[in-house]
Design a protein around this ligand. Structure first.
Ligand SMILES: [Zn+2]
Ligand SMILES: [Zn+2]
Length: 273
């Protein structure tokens, strides 16, 4: 019954396949957030639209150990349970962001045209060349990142996030799961041959981060401890973060592609260092 306690992913995901069990997680989260408290069995029973105590016992049993933890006769969320609730709140699996196509300054790495378009085709936000159609960068946009922001603000937000994640990756920490990442560099084959691409892979969740080395200059001074990238990173200039806030808008760079699910993160423009 509780195979998910032993790390069985199917059992763990199966435990979430019920609106009532998600309600239990939501109720536990709001109790923790609003009054820093854990709930007893009868607290939960009173707050749920449920027919019997045995039904509640059954559903708690499905969650117990992975998403819910019981101690001193009170229930609270585990870290995994909290992450599930946050993902639900963020709309990660249900919301559909929209994004109006906007024209932005930048330089196409293929034809050097200086008008780029930021477009959105779910789930990817893309920067494409208005002249030759080259995809300059893509990013899998989490719904919450599109809500309440103008397109330019979304672009800026994506830019900061990518640099933050890149900094972690080349320092050996997976930005998704915190696991150990191994990084390496290779020379690009096209369209530019004068660039190196840094690739980092997570040993645990297989997330991959890819980025041109000449953009590694803004939010991080990478250590070579995990990466073996000293030779590459030494070639880059280190600049203040403020200069990277608007690389998409006004500088020559457009730094990202990011796709955890598609397991790649690339950028195909050069920075103007
Ligand atoms: Zn072009
Ligand atoms: Zn990972």
């Amino acid at each position: 019954m509780n195979g998910h306690r032993d790390g069985n992913p199917e059992a763990a995901f199966g435990a979430l396949g019920s609106e009532l069990r998600l309600d239990i997680l939501r109720i536990l989260e709001s109790a923790a957030r609003e009054s820093a408290s854990r709930l007893t069995f009868s607290d939960l029973y009173d707050r749920l639209d449920i027919e019997s105590t045995s039904q509640l016992s059954y559903h708690l049993g499905r969650l117990d150990g992975v998403f819910v933890q019981k101690s001193s006769d009170k229930y609270g969320l585990t870290q995994a349970g909290e992450r599930v609730v946050r993902a639900v709140y963020a709309g990660t699996y249900t919301a559909h962001p929209s994004f109006e196509t906007v024209s932005i300054d930048g330089t196409c790495p293929r034809c050097e045209h200086t008008e780029l378009l930021a477009t959105f085709e779910e789930p990817f936000l893309s920067v494409v060349c208005d002249e030759c159609g080259e995809t300059v960068a893509t990013y899998d946009l989490p719904p919450a990142q599109a809500v309440g922001r103008t397109p330019k603000e979304v672009l800026r937000s994506c830019d900061r996030r990518v640099y933050h994640e890149l900094g972690m990756a080349i320092d050996g920490t997976c930005p998704t799961c915190g696991g150990i990442m191994d990084a390496s560099s290779r020379q690009r084959t096209s369209p530019r041959t004068d660039e190196y691409v840094i690739t980092a892979s997570c040993r645990r969740c297989f997330n991959q981060v890819m980025h041109p080395s000449n953009s590694v200059c803004s939010t991080t001074r990478p250590s070579s401890q995990h990466t073996g990238l000293t030779g590459v990173t030494r070639r880059t200039s280190v600049r203040g973060t403020s200069t990277r806030i608007r690389p998409i808008g006004r500088s020559r760079s457009c730094p990202w592609t990011h796709s955890k699910r598609a397991s790649r993160q690339t950028c195909s423009t050069r920075s103007s260092s």
